[in-house]
Design a binder for this molecule. Structure first.
Ligand SMILES: NC(=O)NCCC(=O)O
Length: 365
């Protein structure tokens, strides 16, 4: 029986299903998106009550073609995702997170500036942040909104940024993407630089959260730093395509949950986005009009190694998970990764390894 349970955990098939209201299931069907719910349980404790929180992940296709007017594209996405958030509210979601650059097509493959830079908005005061503030207040929900940010204070610089809006409708702060990909068609370095916000953790009414944007999931130290700052849930809003990363996808966020004694939430967009002008990426491939297929498969992983099934590879979807955050400390007390981490040893070695005159410690005969 024990072996069967372990196998079930590995295959993500043994999580209890969350009872979702029929009205929410009906609304999801009517609006043509998947709605799934799962529960991550923790053991009862004597001194602490359970710390139960419901988290919603939203994955979606773009709504209009990429050559539709910019404001119409943004407004259509607001409408679509707003409807999905309403269903999340019916399901009692406390914290919702959208996919990376959710208000736009993932146009960075093109390396063109116009019209894509017009999608950039102020993190504090932009149209989308105002939209999220309304959602947060209406539904008493924390909203994590990853956008293309225009930073007017610093000469209109662009960043890839997650805006965190508290359930009271205040902008709690921002977290900028730390690691910018230079792989395949992901030509993002043409638009923005590595983030300068470090590893902020946002204390919300429902728990401490952080946002590790997309390509940051390949960097174990990035996850670690959010965790060292106390994150209990780390979101990984992403945009990634099948041929490039699908074999890695089920492993990376899950491994990060295990290694850091926290919950991780991986979100990927769905669909294929076509661009009018062909582009190349210096990789020998013929010029093409699309990135390939964004494969969705959003999921939640827990510190004990269990995970939810993924959402669809092709359909819009809302994944609702109920998690007891007490599980983080329970797993930490068992496995002690923070206690056994030897961070001082690595800090010393890393300090040396980044020096120009670093001598690798190679023992020769
Ligand atoms: N959006 C983004 O950073 N994608 C890079 C490719 C990947 O990390 O799978």
């Amino acid at each position: 029986l024990k072996n069967r349970n372990t196998l079930a955990k590995l295959l993500a098939v043994n999580l209890k299903k969350l009872n979702l209201p029929q009205s929410a299931l009906d609304a999801a069907e009517e609006q043509d998106f998947d709605l799934k719910g799962y529960v991550f349980e923790a053991s009862p404790e004597q001194l602490r009550p359970p710390r139960t929180v419901r988290v919603g992940l939203i994955q979606n296709k773009i709504v209009l073609p990429t050559d539709a007017p910019v404001l119409e594209q943004i407004t259509a996405l607001h409408k679509r995702v707003g409807e999905m958030v309403e269903v999340a509210a019916m399901c009692g979601v406390n914290i919702v997170c959208f996919q990376e650059a959710w208000t736009m097509p993932f146009a960075f493959c093109t390396r063109e500036r116009e019209p894509w830079t017009e999608f950039a908005e102020s993190a504090e005061d932009g149209l989308t942040t105002h939209f999220c503030i309304q959602l947060a207040k209406k539904y008493n929900m924390v909203v994590v909104s990853p956008i293309l940010e225009r930073d007017e204070i610093h000469g209109g610089t662009l960043w890839n940024t997650a805006v965190v809006v508290s359930n009271n409708g205040n902008v709690l702060g921002t977290s900028r993407k730390n690691h910018i990909p230079r792989v395949g068609d992901f030509n993002e370095s043409t638009y923005y630089m590595e983030g300068n916000t470090g590893h902020p953790v946002f204390q919300t009414q429902f728990g401490k959260i952080a946002v590790n944007i997309c390509y940051g999931r390949h960097h174990p130290l990035n996850w670690l730093m959010y965790s060292l700052h106390g994150a209990e849930i780390i979101f990984n809003p992403s945009a990634t395509v099948g041929l490039l990363s699908e074999p890695m996808w089920p492993i990376e966020a899950r491994n990060a949950a295990i290694a850091n004694h926290c919950f991780t939430c991986a979100i990927n967009r769905v669909g294929t986005e076509y661009f009018r002008n062909e582009f190349t990426s210096g990789d020998g491939k013929k010029a093409h009009h699309d990135f390939g297929h964004f494969y969705g498969s959003s999921y939640v992983a827990a510190p004990d190694g269990s995970r939810s099934p993924g959402l669809s590879r092709t359909r819009d979807g809302l994944l609702v998970t109920e998690m007891d955050l007490n599980l983080n400390r329970q797993v930490a007390d068992k496995w002690n990764f923070k206690m056994t981490g030897r961070y001082e040893m690595y800090a010393e070695e890393l300090k040396k390894a980044i020096q120009h005159d670093f001598k690798p410690n190679i023992v020769k005969e």
